[in-house]
Write a new protein. Structure first.
Length: 489
């Protein structure tokens, strides 16, 4: 069994898991109260232009204004060569848009945390085999199609459908597709674009012109390929809808869709629930005994590789090299599974051999080649770190499933009991200088109250003597470790 797509549908959410060779590789979650909006097209209104940031905020009808950078007001940047991108300079934002102007934009990144959605004016419409680029005359072919002969064939077929309305990018899924299938996709995309244009002309205010497919259909359109053996769906209505969708758009996949009716939950059958839980842990155990330590921050993600319990069999250098090689495939899997994006810093174990460094870097690039998200890897820095980027369009798995800890406020740490005790004693002194009271009552969490009554009893007693006032301690079961109150009586 090479790959299985598991579709779990409930009233509140849809979850899709990709299991390859018995291991969970990707998880996609879409909740009814927070649907993803990447790919949606809007008629928006420029609410504010910021020349200092070379950007504009656009009102598209969401709670937060969306963000449009000057570099994203350039048509079809995917047609630009890497050399051209290197020397490209965006025009001044003030010359491109003005406040109050209506503009058609597409969302390229969901609102993440406190940031609004990221926009582009470079509209693209994807289908199974093609991506339509309105206003372009270009035809591109996915770099994942390796056969030069097949690339030229697909390009020749796509060029037949290019006209004044736009050009195309041939997707990886088109490899081996016939001329009629590509033609059907091209005609459908042009018809869809005409409908969007008509809706835009008729709209009097900010409005959504086009919504991308729901998660289940989007995954069928974008992920399904020849390596996928089965698609298992655990809800009958969703199963029938997906069958119907595939019958109309991906006939070759219809026979792969199965309705799962087993007694155990579908995700439990493939140990997916357990793997999702592990993906929220900070530490990842490697088979050899080594570990990855993954820390996700707002600015970047850091990954630290450690030998852990792995002691090797020959030399220290070989032990380090083997651990780093094993870590590369584990890192690539964790990036996909956790949907980590943006800047990623990897701290491999230091290697003295330049040849070992090259082989580790090559192994990392090879492992990342299976990733659907665009990645870019830089060589080892002078500090022995590997800097890389991974395109981020949606929230990470952790941010999607978890919320900030109300106790530590997202720090991941809380003050020790001893620190809180010292704070309480300082607070009593501060309050005593500012106000008059006969005695003080301290309300604190059970661990803090216990230490104040035992290990810190002599310090409390000395404070009572110096102030000439009694201090009583009261344990509060509902208080967090850092929480306390000093009450004057």
């Amino acid at each position: 069994m090479s790959a299985v797509l598991l579709v779990n549908v409930t009233q509140s959410e849809t979850r899709i898991a990709l299991v390859e060779h018995g291991m969970l590789q990707e998880v996609h979650i879409e909740r009814q109260n927070k649907l993803g909006i990447v790919g949606n097209i809007y008629k928006g209104r420029i609410s504010r232009v910021l020349p200092g940031m070379q950007a504009a905020f656009v009102d598209i009808g969401l709670d937060k204004a969306a963000f449009l950078h000057a570099s994203d007001i350039v048509p079809h940047t995917e047609c630009v060569t890497p050399q051209e991108k290197q020397h490209f300079q965006a025009a001044d934002i003030s010359s491109l848009v003005s406040q109050g102007q209506y503009i058609m934009v597409q969302i390229v990144k969901d609102p993440i945390g406190t940031k609004g959605a990221r926009l582009t004016t470079d509209i693209t419409l994807p289908s199974r085999y093609l991506v339509f680029m309105p206003g372009s005359s270009h035809v591109g072919v996915s770099q994942r199609i390796e056969s030069q002969e097949e690339r030229e064939r697909l390009k020749a077929v796509a060029e037949k459908h290019v006209d004044e309305t736009g050009g195309f990018i041939v997707r990886t899924a088109a490899e081996g597709a016939g001329e009629s299938e590509l033609g059907q996709d091209a005609r459908f995309l042009k018809y869809l674009w005409q409908k969007i244009q008509k809706k835009r002309r008729e709209a009097k205010k900010c409005v959504c012109l086009y919504e991308d497919l729901p998660l289940a259909f989007r995954v069928l359109r974008d992920f399904v390929d020849a390596s996928l053996d089965r698609i298992m769906v655990d809800q009958k209505f969703a199963y029938e809808e997906m069958k119907s969708f595939c019958h109309d758009f991906i006939p070759s996949v219809v026979d792969k869709i199965e309705l799962y009716e087993g007694d155990a939950p579908l995700f439990d059958m493939f140990d997916v629930e357990n793997e999702i839980q592990k993906a929220l842990d900070r530490k990842v155990q490697l088979k050899s005994g080594g570990t990855l330590v993954i820390d996700q921050t707002e600015a970047m993600t850091t990954i630290d590789v450690n030998t852990g319990a792995f002691v090797g069999h020959r030399s220290l250098e070989e032990t380090i090299f083997n651990t780093n090689i094993e870590a590369t495939s584990a890192i690539a899997r964790q990036l996909r599974l956790r949907n980590l994006g943006g800047i990623i810093i990897i701290d491999f174990i230091d290697m003295a051999s330049e040849e070992h460094r090259k082989r580790v870097l090559k192994s990392l690039e090879l492992s990342l080649s299976k990733d659907r998200a665009k990645t870019s890897v830089n060589p080892f820095s002078h500090l022995g770190l590997v800097e890389m980027t991974r395109k981020r369009t949606r929230e990470s798995l952790e941010h999607l499933i978890c919320s900030e800890c109300p106790t530590c406020g997202g720090r991941g740490m809380v003050k020790s009991v001893e620190s809180v005790c010292c704070e309480i004693l300082r607070e009593i002194i501060r309050v005593n200088k500012a106000y008059q009271a006969e005695k003080y009552m301290v309300y604190a969490s059970i661990p803090v109250a216990n230490v104040l009554k035992a290990d810190e009893f002599h310090n409390v007693a000395e404070l009572e003597l110096s102030l000439g006032k009694a201090v009583q301690i009261q344990a509060e079961p509902l208080y967090t470790q850092e929480q306390f109150d000093v009450v004057m009586i």
